[in-house]
Each structure stands twice: as structure tokens, then as C-alpha cells.
Design a protein around this ligand. Sequence first.
Ligand code: FES
Length: 107
Amino acid sequence: MPKVTYILRDGERRDIDVPDGTSVMEAAIHNNVRGIDAECGGCLSCATCHVYIDASSTADLPSPDDSELELLGGVAAERRPESRLSCQLVMSAALSGLVVQIPQRQG
Ligand code: FES
């Protein structure tokens, strides 16, 4: 099963096995990962599922589409080149090894 590592605000790392087809946001909610609010439930309208892709990540990520890029313009924490919306990162074997950092705030 693909693996995602979440780096929490306090630096704690959580390694979670995520079923294929499950988003990084959904896996965070299901496993009580603190710091991903996901107020819209994955409808691409809230930007409270913001994460930073960690430099150590080995996953081969697809590029964000125009809708994700537009919403990333409204994130609460600093937007960085490595910013992504975790509801748009759907796990598969190709994404195993993904490492994401939780921003200091979402709202
Ligand atoms: S959960 Fe709302 S944009 Fe990702």
C-alpha cells in the first residue's frame, strides 16, 4: 500500500499507509492527522488542506491543474513553490514515499 509521511507542526512524523485512490487529505482526516482542516471536504473550494511537499519526498507528483493553482493563491499560510492542496493528491503506487509538511495555520 502506498505510504505518506506527514510532518506535523511540532516536527512529529507520522507514516501512514494509504489505499490507492484515497487522497492525502482524506487519509489525514481518517487518521486524525492534526493540521489539515479540509473544510470543503475535497470540493476544491476552501484551501484548508494546504501542505508543503517536503524536499525529501521521493514521489513523482503530477503538476497542479489550473483550479488548484488558482485556489493556492488564497492559502492562509505562506505560499511556496512546493505548496499543494492535499485533496488533489490522490494516492497510487507512483506517489508512495510522499512526504508532506503541515503549514503552521490553515485559516
Ligand atoms: S479540502 Fe477544500 S480545497 Fe482541499
